[in-house]
Every structure is written in structure tokens, then in C-alpha cells.
Design a protein around this ligand. Structure first.
Ligand SMILES: C[S@@+](CC[C@H](N)C(=O)[O-])C[C@H]1O[C@@H](n2cnc3c(N)ncnc32)[C@H](O)[C@@H]1O
Length: 308
């Protein structure tokens, strides 16, 4: 059977429609996924993110195995590794080292964008351009001129710029340290990071309009990141909650571990409580607290009866 990028994309979209973490009824997101050619953003040689028997990450070469490459591009849960050890490892064979850039999996990108919920015409800042694929989906939604994206690695930024141009998508690709955001005198409606942080940079909060939304993966004491969605007050503070467990590569400036207690995390949290976490960030630093459990209707009735 002939497999094409279009048929695999349609199948991937169908699979993601069936999961609660997929499109969840957002037709704009499904349309963006179906209309942006993900394969145009994937380098010809990528590493598969699980180790083979020899302990190294296998290389998938489009020229040697075009079907395997294309299938990998459209697996809902597969991120493909595009850079190891900040680009010091050439993509010439199986390799070992730290993942430093990837094309995020379709499932994770959809999850990020669903929580970000961008609107047409909005100004959006993305941190961590990578291949430019998430940027293209954002540009598809926001429209021409709405998206600014920052990538710290100049070579990756240049390639992403070329790929976006090649598929006719318009976004401003900046080479720089995304922890500083990108201040150009106008505030953003939304900021999304596709690299995780231990501490939410103040610059992001200061560059959001009042009511603007930040979606970013935040390191947690649970051994994985939590995607947080915060609403900005326009004065450098924001608050919100954790919306999903995820795993992302860390921003370069925050790779060194720090004690969670120094990053505003309370001790003694149970990983099962992640849904109850409230996150506040701003000028006074970052604070994570447990929200009181929501009252069930039955508990509310019981409390009312007792008060009578
Ligand atoms: C997981 S990848 C992004 C994947 C991207 N969403 C895609 O689908 O292609 C994370 C990216 O963040 C970049 N990065 C790391 N630290 C950064 C920083 N301080 N500022 C901007 N980009 C950064 C990395 O170079 C890497 O390309």
C-alpha cells in the first residue's frame, strides 16, 4: 500500500481525536494540524528517542528508509530528536548524549496549543522555535505577522526560518535567549514555551498584557514537568494552575538543578495531587500551593445541614 504524508497525517489526526488529550473538539486546531505539513519541518536525519540494544539512540535516515521516517513523523506520541549535546554530535549514525532539540510529538504540541487557545489576530510569543513546526501551527491560527518565536541556537533558528518560508508561513524568528522574551514595545496576548523552566522568567510575565495567557512546562518535584497555564495581571504577576504532566527539554540557562524548596515548592507533595496545584509567579518569585479540594455537591449539602 502506498503511504503518503497526507494519509498518515489524517490517521494521526483521527487517533488524536479519540483521546481526551487530543483536539477535544477544537476544530481550528484539527484544521491547523491537517493543513500544516509536519514532514516539511523534520530534518532528513533524526534520532529515535529510545535506546536500542547497543545503548545508543538509532538514527532514522529519510534517504535510506523513507517509509519508516514518514511513519515516525506522524506517530502521535513520538518526539524526534534533531540535536544532541547542543549540536556537537553529527547526525551520521546512532548516538548517545543529552537531547537538546527535537520536533515535539504531535500529541504534545496539540496539548500545548489547546491550553494556549490562541485567537486569530493575536500577538503570540513562542520560546524554543526548534524546527519551527509549533510556530507554523501558531501562525496558521494567528495569521500573518502575529507570531514571534525565539530560538537560542542560531543554526536551528536559521533552518526554522527557511522551513517556514518554504511552506509559506509567516513568523518572525529571533535568535536569542528566550528567557528574556522579546520586548519590542508591544505586549503579547499569549506566550508559550516549548522548553521547560525551573523558574518562570519575570520577563515573560512583564511582556504579557493584562489577562494574557502563559503556557509553559515547569519542572516539578515529581520527576517530570507540569504544564502550567497562568493568567497575567499586566503588572508582572500571573497565577493559574497545572494542566497536564509533560516532559520537555530545559531552557539552556536553567539546566543546573536547584532545590525545589528554593523554587517555591512546598514539601511532602503527592504526585497524585498535581491537579490541585495553584501556581503564582511574579516580582516576589514563584509560589506553588495546594488548592483546597473542590467541594462536592454532597459535601456542600452536608455542611449546610450541619450549620442549620
Ligand atoms: C523541545 S525543542 C522545541 C521543539 C519545537 N516546539 C518543535 O516542535 O520543533 C526546545 C528548543 O528550545 C531551545 N531553547 C533552549 N533554551 C532556550 C532559550 N533560552 N531560548 C530560546 N530557545 C531555547 C532549544 O534549542 C530547542 O530547540
Amino acid at each position: 500500500m502506498v503511504i503518503t504524508a497526507e494519509s498518515l497525517r489524517a490517521r494521526c489526526a483521527r487517533d488524536m481525536s479519540r483521546t481526551p488529550r487530543g483536539f477535544a473538539g477544537r476544530s481550528w486546531l484539527r484544521r491547523a494540524f491537517l493543513e500544516v505539513p509536519r514532514e516539511a519541518f523534520v530534518p532528513d536525519r533524526v534520532w529515535w528517542p529510545s535506546r536500542a540494544d547497543d545503548g545508543r539512540y538509532p538514527l532514522i535516515d529519510r534517504n535510506e528508509k523513507p517509509r519508516a521516517w514518514l511513519k515516525a513523523v506522524y506517530l502521535p506520541g513520538a518526539a524526534l530528536i534533531t540535536q544532541i549535546d547542543d549540536g556537537t554530535v553529527p547526525p551520521s549514525g546512532p548516538a548517545d548524549g543529552a537531547f537538546t532539540s527535537s520536533i515535539s510529538s504531535p500529541g504534545v504540541v496539540i496539548e500545548l496549543l489547546r491550553h494556549l487557545a490562541p485567537e486569530p489576530g493575536e500577538r503570540i510569543l513562542e520560546i524554543g522555535t526548534g524546527t519551527g513546526y509549533t510556530t507554523a501551527l501558531l501562525a496558521h491560527r494567528a495569521g500573518a505577522g502575529g507570531v514571534v518565536t525565539v530560538e537560542i541556537d542560531a543554526r536551528l533558528a536559521a533552518r526554522a526560518r527557511g522551513r517556514l518560508r518554504a511552506v509559506g508561513m509567516s513568523a518572525q524568528v529571533i535568535t536569542g535567549d528566550g528567557e528574556q522574551g522579546h520586548a519590542d514595545g508591544r505586549l503579547y496576548d499569549r506566550i508559550v514555551s516549548t522548553a521547560s523552566v525551573r523558574e518562570i522568567p519575570l520577563a515573560w510575565l512583564q511582556q504579557l498584557r493584562p489577562g494574557g495567557i502563559l503556557v509553559a512546562p515547569l519542572d516539578s518535584p515529581f520527576g517530570y514537568d507540569l504544564l502550567v497555564r497562568l493568567v497575567a495581571d499586566g503588572h508582572g504577576n500571573a497565577s493559574g494552575c497545572a494542566v497536564a504532566p509533560v516532559e520537555f527539554m530545559r531552557v539552556r540557562g536553567q539546566r543546573v538543578p536547584r532545590p525545589h524548596a528554593d523554587l517555591g515548592w512546598p514539601g511532602g507533595l503527592d504526585p497524585a495531587q498535581w491537579r490541585d496545584l495553584r501556581v503564582e509567579a511574579g516580582r516576589e518569585g514563584q509560589h506553588i500551593t495546594r488548592r483546597p479540594p473542590a467541594r462536592t455537591a454532597q459535601a456542600a449539602r452536608a455542611a449546610r445541614d450541619q450549620a442549620r
